[in-house]
Structures are given as C-alpha cells and as structure tokens.
Design a protein around this ligand. Structure first.
Ligand code: UDP
Length: 312
C-alpha cells in the first residue's frame, strides 16, 4: 500500500485530498496544527485503519516513522484575512515548513508536490496568467507575507530538485471553492454565502469590478492527483478560466439563496487587491489532459447545500 503524508490535512483542500487518496487505496497520514484547519473536516476518517492523524506544527522538525512514498504539502493560512492576522506564521510555514517537508522527502526518497498559488503573480500586468509570467508582487504590502512565502516555496522546491535531485511537483492553485470552507474565513465565497443566508448585506469590496475565476474543489483535486502522478517538475496552473466580476458573483449568490433581505453592501477595496485573475491552463490541458468539468452554477449549488448546514 502506497503511503502519503498530507500537511494541512484538516484544512479545506487537505481534507478533500485525504478523502481522494483514501478512495484511491493509499495509506494517508494527515498532519495539521489546527491553526486554520478544522478537525471536523477529517473526523469521518478517524475510524479507518488507512488513516492516521498527527497533530504537529511543521515549522518544527518533522519525524514520520517507516517508509513514505508521497508528500502533499498544503499547510498554510490561505485567506487574506488570516495572513493579516498571522503574518509570521504564514511566512514560517511557507519557508521553514516547506524546508522541513523537502528535507523529509529527501530522507524518505518520496515524491513531493507543494501547493503554490496564483498569488505569485501578484496584481498581474499580464492577463490571463501563464506559468511564464513572473508576476507583480509588492513584498511589503499586506499580501506580501503570503505571496513571498509561496515564491520562496517555489524557489526552495526547485533548488531541492536541481541540487538534491528530489522528485518535486509545483502546483499554482487559483481561487477554489466548495464544501468545508470555513464560514468565518473571510474569503469572498464563505462571506457572501453566510451573508446571503442570514439576509444581510453582501460586503462587495470596491465597486466589485475586480475579477476572479473560481474552480470547484473536485476539479482541483483531480488536477492535483494528475500532476502528482505526472513526471513534470515545473509549475503548473490549475484553476477554472471562467472569469467573473465580484459584483456578478455576489448577484449569483443572492439569486441562488433567494433571501429577500440580502443586498449589496459596498465596502472599501483592501490594499493591493488584484484587479484581475484568470489562469491560462494550456499546460494543464496538454501535460495532464486536465480541464475543469463543474460549471459555476453547479458548483455553487453543491456548496450552498453545505453552507445551509453550517451557517447559523
Ligand atoms: N471580496 C469582497 N468581499 C468580501 C471578501 C472578498 O468583495 O467580503 C473580494 C476581494 O476584494 C477580492 C475577491 O473578493 O477582490 C476575492 O477575495 P478572496 O479574499 O476570496 O481571495 P483573493 O482572491 O483576493 O485572494
């Protein structure tokens, strides 16, 4: 049985990845310090003998007994509000945590896939963003702690690949959504769903003309699975190119939830908020034979089913 370690296993993506790799017949070691993760996301896996949970902060030395075939490194705060509240932890997990995960991969001769982000492109001056674009990042702005940590993650991962010959994969994840996102995580989708369900104002930042491209979690997990099993070592964008404005997104959620008290509540635009974002997924299409399958209307409906059960 193949053994895989997933850092950040109790988080939104980590928990869906744990489910997927259990389903594929792997033995999964889930690691988390629950800084932003939620143990309820993986509670259903605890009775399984194929699943082990290690409560651990990966910025400290990581020890895993026995063999290890794969590592998925997904531990990090991922919401702009979280990294504003936890700037040092965000930098440490991206830098020290990644260093420890790469060291473990080297020790165990394991293949490692690290989670990077569209934030490496910053407030992009090229649109859509292909992997060849180097980005437009403000290192000392509020997002710098996340963006630069993830840029460092890419750099150290390539260094371990070229210098230590570690078998590495780098995924650049664009905005992703689905069940198990934290209600109070501050990102746009949990914010809008909870506000629409409660019949409050949907807090649209700026005039809502900034764009994002939202990928349903099952599509993303499929892309990660394919990239891990591929032999491609350079960064690959995975996301849904279907771009929309934040105002349009708010309106879609208001229409879906149908609470007559919900309305648009314009708020100031946060500093360094990227104006546009859309992945160029040519590489993922060509190298992985991957493209997203779940249209936004369908993904939002599935996500609404989840938020109905957790928003009070
Ligand atoms: N946003 C918003 N209202 C909110 C939260 C976010 O209008 O309550 C906007 C935010 O300014 C950004 C977009 O939605 O333009 C996506 O924000 P999110 O925090 O989800 O992630 P980002 O893509 O900026 O990392």
């Amino acid at each position: 049985m193949k053994k895989i370690l997933i850092s950040g296993a109790a988080g939104f993506l980590g928990s869906h990845l744990s489910d997927r790799f259990i389903k594929e017949g792997y033995h999964v070691i889930g690691m988390d310090n629950l800084l932003t993760g939620n143990i309820q996301n993986i509670e259903h896996l605890f009775p399984l003998k194929e699943f082990e949970y290690y409560h651990h902060d990966i910025t400290k030395f990581v020890h895993v007994p026995g063999k290890l075939d794969y590592i998925l490194h997904f531990a990090s705060p991922a919401s702009p509000i979280d990294y504003l509240k936890m700037p040092i932890q965000t930098l440490k997990v991206g830098a020290l945590g990644t260093h420890n995960m790469l060291g473990l991969a080297r020790e165990k001769n394991a293949r490692i896939l690290v989670a990077s982000t569209s934030e490496v492109y910053g407030d992009p001056l090229e649109h859509p963003q292909s992997e060849e674009y180097w980005g437009n990042v403000n290192p000392v702005g509020p997002r710098g702690v996340y963006d630069e940590a993830k840029r460092f993650l890419e750099a150290i991962t390539m260094a371990y690949h070229t210098f230590h010959k570690v078998d590495t994969r780098i995924i650049r994840i664009f905005n992703t959504y689905g069940p198990r996102m934290r209600v109070e995580d501050g990102r746009v989708l949990p914010a809008f769903f909870s506000q629409a369900i409660r019949g409050e104002g949907l807090t649209v930042f700026g005039d809502g003309s900034q764009t994002r491209s939202f990928c349903y979690v099952d599509d993303l997990v499929e892309g990660i699975y394919r990239l891990l099993l591929s032999d491609y070592n350079k960064p690959v964008n995975v996301g849904n190119p279907d771009e929309c404005t934040i105002l349009q997104f708010a309106q879609e959620i208001i229409d879906l939830v149908g609470n007559p008290n919900a309305y648009i509540d314009y708020r100031p635009l946060p500093e360094d908020d990227p104006k546009v974002r859309q992945p160029d997924i040519t590489k993922a299409r060509n190298i992985l034979g991957w493209e997203p399958k779940v249209p936004r209307a369908e993904g939002l409906l599935r996500t609404y089913e989840y938020f109905k059960t957790v928003v009070i």
